[in-house]
Design a binder for this molecule. Structure first.
Ligand SMILES: N[C@@H](CCC(=O)N[C@@H](CS)C(=O)NCC(=O)O)C(=O)O
Length: 207
């Protein structure tokens, strides 16, 4: 049996969206950050840093959202991934680029404009936003070019790259970052967001 431990963040949404696309049966446990449930002894046994997401599968604990998504694909006949070494590496490189570069800078907007206000009652650090804006202006044109010739990030079939990337973009809906100059990214975003699996993933989380 699979249990996903999450909270209201894009890292947990990646795992729920991937599980929903794959049709893997799971239970979902939503941890309350404000109550500190992610730092409880029970959760520290699942994730040594006391973070979400984490999973329990057949008595084993695993963490790190992209690794969790890859694991779910591997136990599902590599759907959303590939048994071919080159195709798998191309998906991995897009996933790593999203997590370490584009997603990292998108997350700055989410953290500065949403989390700081909601949890610390503080406005955004404009220097941090300016730095993120500069990096995104270098990096988003690559995604725009990629998505202008294919439906998804790694071709014309949905892969882990899309289930991992989409939640970052979704988290930005309430921020000041707009994608008007990136029509292909906007097309990909609205099509992927409308997928029933993504909507089912969102429905698992309290607002
Ligand atoms: N690289 C990790 C990041 C996990 C992470 O930082 N999770 C955040 C929520 S998005 C968290 O649990 N923060 C609470 C804390 O660090 O105390 C992943 O992708 O799973």
């Amino acid at each position: 049996m699979l249990t996903i431990y999450g909270g209201s963040t894009y890292n947990a949404t990646k795992v729920l969206f991937t599980a929903e696309e794959l049709g893997v049966p799971y239970d979902y446990v939503h941890l309350n950050f404000v109550a500190g449930e992610h730092k409880s002894p029970a959760h520290l046994a699942r994730h040594p840093l006391g973070k979400i997401p984490a999973i329990e599968h057949n008595g084993n604990y695993l963490f790190e959202s992209a690794s969790l998504c890859r694991y779910l694909a591997n136990i599902s006949d590599k759907r959303l991934y590939s048994a071919d070494a080159l195709a798998a590496a191309q998906i991995d490189q897009m996933v790593d680029m999203i997590c370490h570069h584009v997603g990292r800078w998108l997350a700055v907007y989410f953290y500065q404009e949403i989390v700081m206000m909601k949890y610390y009652n503080k406005g955004p650090d404009e220097k941090a936003i300016a730095e993120a804006k500069g990096f995104l202006e270098q990096q988003l044109p690559f995604l725009e070019k990629t998505l202008s010739t294919q439906q998804f990030l790694c071709g014309n079939e949905i892969t882990l790259a899309d289930t991992i990337a989409l939640p970052y973009f979704h988290a930005l809906e309430a921020t000041s970052l707009k994608f008007d100059v990136y029509p292909a990214i906007q097309r990909w975003y609205s099509e992927a967001k409308a997928r029933p699996a993504f909507q089912r993933a969102l429905a698992k989380m309290p607002a």
